[in-house]
Design a binder for this molecule. Structure first.
Ligand code: CA
Length: 478
């Protein structure tokens, strides 16, 4: 999978056009699915899409001062998706259903302020507030849905209070109204993230989002979704959403959730509640990779696979190195350092388990600056398709030099790969690639080592790796 956007793309409306033009190339390098950014109208044209205004406006109506979104028009998006499908590339839309922004008008309603560090605690008495929570979507004129949002469809709002600019969070008060259950426990109850928080216990909100899910999947002929901010959303709503949309798509509909928590137990608990049909981003693995890239040789590489989602729930793990949230300057910044990126991608692309996701920023670059990693990614993507088959053996047995072997299989003649990662000195490791490989000549394909190795009669060889580098050894064929 490729995440086909980064945080600092220009607001030129060209992403869908670029994606269409890129479809053939993506297929060529082995991308079989793209995760596209929120494709609907946000509170302003330049927004990345997460400050969602109207889920039904995919760049079609004159709203918020623009027809197109940051990424282009609905027609351009549909053309891009058609082209991707021609090249057998699936399309997953980023679905932002936790909150709305950019309301059309103010309403008056009762709220109570809560403690930002513990949202189950109130800090005063309920009072009437006037805030932007009314949505009429005038520019859309009831097309696709005539549902309108009002203050009672939300569970909370926030406002910066001048002059201190400190964020104040208000829970909306009403009969039976409270924060949702089944959200992350951080800050007492982490239902509230930003903007106007959708009340996922309100039957009209649930109905509208289910309707939207079925509509957008059909309208864009989607193959799946990436679910934004699910730790702030009622877990049983996500379960219902997926069941409903899946049923409307004859059961075939991929879903990966962003549960941004480094704690394996939280992810495990989430899968137990929502069901094993859902994939989650392997956030614990990301933070291990981040830590490894920060600590250099002090990081014990033998620990790398421990307590990651891919180690424990491989069928549910989408492995990734970085994304738009972890990239530098973002809210959840934890960008993996450049020296470690080839090692991190080598691991997620060549290991047997997990569904790897390549970040646009790592392939094409961030903020218009070309990525230094594109060449190694092309090599690794190619290696994944040519060599990464068959039984896997881990050699995570030394703090600074670890290895992984895929023994290859009969369906892919010449397949099999021996990979090593070093975060310290130059290293080497004896690894077994198969008795049937004896006498074969293997070479290193990342360009790090210009040498060949002969596999011994016992199916083993001693494979070297340079300090702080990745080495990928495969059979040399002439
Ligand atoms: Ca929420």
């Amino acid at each position: 999978m490729m995440q086909y956007f980064e945080w600092n793309l220009p607001n030129d409306g060209n992403l869908w056009k670029k994606l269409k033009e890129d479809a053939a190339h993506l297929a060529e390098i082995g991308v079989t699915a793209v995760w596209i950014p929120p494709a609907y109208k946000a509170d302003e044209q330049q927004d990345e899409g997460y400050a969602t205004y109207d889920l039904y406006d995919l760049g079609e109506f004159d709203q918020k001062g623009t027809v197109r979104t940051k990424y282009g028009t609905k027609q351009e998006l549909q053309e891009a998706i058609e082209e991707l499908h021609k090249h057998k590339i699936q399309v997953y839309l980023d679905a932002v259903m936790n909150h709305k922004c950019g309301a059309d008008y103010e309403e008056k309603f009762p709220v109570v302020e809560v403690d930002t560090g513990n949202r189950t605690e109130t800090t005063g008495e309920p009072f009437e507030i006037e805030a932007f929570t009314g949505y009429d979507f005038k520019g859309r004129n009831d097309k696709y849905s005539d549902f309108k949002y009002h203050w009672y469809h939300f569970s909370g709002i926030s406002m910066p209070q001048d002059p201190d600019r400190v964020e104040h969070i208000y829970r909306i008060v009403g009969e039976g109204k409270y924060w949702s259950e089944g959200v992350d426990g951080e800050n007492g109850n982490y239902d509230y993230l930003l903007g106007n928080d959708l009340d996922l216990d309100h039957p009209e909100v649930i109905q509208d989002l289910l309707h939207w899910g079925m509509w957008v999947a059909k309208e864009l002929n989607l193959d799946g979704v990436r679910l934004d901010a699910i730790k702030h959303m009622k877990d049983l709503f996500i379960k219902q959403f997926l069941e409903t949309v899946r049923a409307s798509r004859e059961g075939r509909f991929f879903a990966v959730g962003e549960y941004w928590n480094n704690d394996f137990d939280s992810l495990e608990n989430y899968l137990n509640v929502v069901g094993k049909e859902l994939n989650l981003f392997d956030v614990p693995l990301h933070f291990k990779l981040y830590q490894a890239s920060q600590e250099g040789r002090d990081f014990d590489l033998t620990n790398l696979p421990d307590d990651t989602l891919v180690a424990r729930y491989p069928q549910n793990a989408v492995t990734f190195v970085d994304n738009h949230d972890s990239q530098r300057g973002s809210s959840l910044e934890s960008q993996i350092k450049d020296w470690f990126k080839p090692l991190a991608y080598g691991l997620i692309l060549l290991m047997e388990k997990g569904y790897p996701c390549v970040f646009y920023g790592d392939y094409y670059g961030l903020g218009g600056k070309e990525s230094p990693h594109r060449q190694i990614l092309d090599i690794l993507l190619d290696a994944r398709r040519k060599y990464a088959y068959g039984q896997q053996d881990y050699y995570f047995d030394h703090p600074n030099t670890v290895g992984l072997v895929r023994r290859g299989d009969d369906e892919h003649p010449g397949s099999g790969v021996a990979m090593l990662l070093s975060n310290g000195e130059d290293g080497e490791k004896e690894m077994f690639v198969g008795e049937n490989r004896k006498g074969e000549t293997w070479h290193e394909i990342t360009g790090s080592i210009d040498d060949t190795i002969t596999i011994g009669d016992d199916g083993k060889a001693v494979f070297p790796v340079h300090g702080g580098k990745l080495a990928v050894w495969v059979q040399k064929t002439e």
